[in-house]
Design a protein around this ligand. Structure first.
Ligand SMILES: [Zn+2]
Length: 120
């Protein structure tokens, strides 16, 4: 997994960009920030969100299949196609973008790292 970008806001007021997991030096005063433990927590949050995305996507495939089978049962072969199309449109066009936005908002609010500097 690619380490996520991170911004360190130092007490001196300077913001320094880096990647999570790296030892980041403040560009203003030179304080060191070790972000290894924060990277592990961010990785856990990202893995949980990816699991939820996979579950959501697989649920959509299941719903499309069920709608197709319902259409097949009611209206034969044309019903299969129309039912699957209605299921796909409902899930992937209407519901999934909404759920995706909610999941990302939840994941970003779960953890805000606070890192103390090391003076050396
Ligand atoms: Zn600083």
């Amino acid at each position: 997994m690619v380490p996520p970008p991170i911004v360190i806001k130092c007490a001196c007021g300077i913001e320094t960009r880096g990647t999570a997991g790296a030892l980041i030096h403040c560009q203003g005063c030179g304080l060191k920030y070790d972000t290894a433990s924060e990277a592990r927590i961010l990785e856990t949050v990202a893995a949980k969100t990816q699991r939820q995305f996979r579950y959501l996507s697989r649920s959509g495939v299941g719903l499309v299949g069920l709608c197709g089978l319902g259409g097949l049962y009611l209206y034969k072969t044309p019903g299969l196609l129309v039912g699957a199309a209605i299921g796909a449109a409902f899930w992937y066009v209407l519901l999934m973008p909404f759920m995706k936005k909610r999941m990302i908002a939840k994941a970003t609010s779960l953890y805000t790292p606070t890192i103390s500097p090391h003076r050396k």
